[in-house]
Ligand binder design. Structure first.
Ligand SMILES: [Zn+2]
Length: 141
């Protein structure tokens, strides 16, 4: 994973992350791995609530901006707020992509794509690994 100069509010050593996360979580969150499509826990979830970073618990996305992209991963058209995530240019795999990381702990979440023609307010698709997220369902009123 490309390192940045940024200092994160939640900062842990690699050993700490390895101890706290499951091997599969570690691989995606701390090694920028990608979950296989259509197997993630939240791919088709429509439960209302807030999606938090699985590594540090920062709130990142809400179910209000989740949409059916049929791409095989949970997709959102916008983050919870502009500064909850950070963007890093990713030229791996011979493609120019924009990586999305948690702005609080720097963990890998997924990628954001633009201008694909989805019928959403932003025409952006935040393609996020389920394993990077924890859904906090909205409490019943
Ligand atoms: Zn985080």
């Amino acid at each position: 994973m490309k390192s940045t100069d940024r200092t994160y509010a939640v900062s842990k050593t690699d050993e700490q992350w390895r101890a706290e996360l499951s091997p599969a979580e570690y691989d995606v969150l701390r090694r920028a791995g990608t979950e296989r499509p259509f197997v993630g826990k939240y791919t088709d979830t429509t439960t209302e609530g807030v999606y938090a970073c699985r590594a540090c618990g920062a709130e990142l996305f809400t179910s209000d901006t989740k949409f059916e992209s049929h791409c095989g991963w949970p997709s959102f058209y916008s983050p919870l707020a502009g500064d909850t995530v950070e963007y890093i240019e990713d030229n791996s795999l011979g493609m120019k992509r924009v990586e999305v990381r948690c702005a609080t702990c720097g963990s890998h979440l997924g990628h954001v794509f633009e201008g694909e023609g989805y019928d959403t307010p932003t025409d952006q698709r935040y393609c996020i690994n389920s394993i990077s997220l924890t859904l906090r369902p909205k409490a019943d009123a």
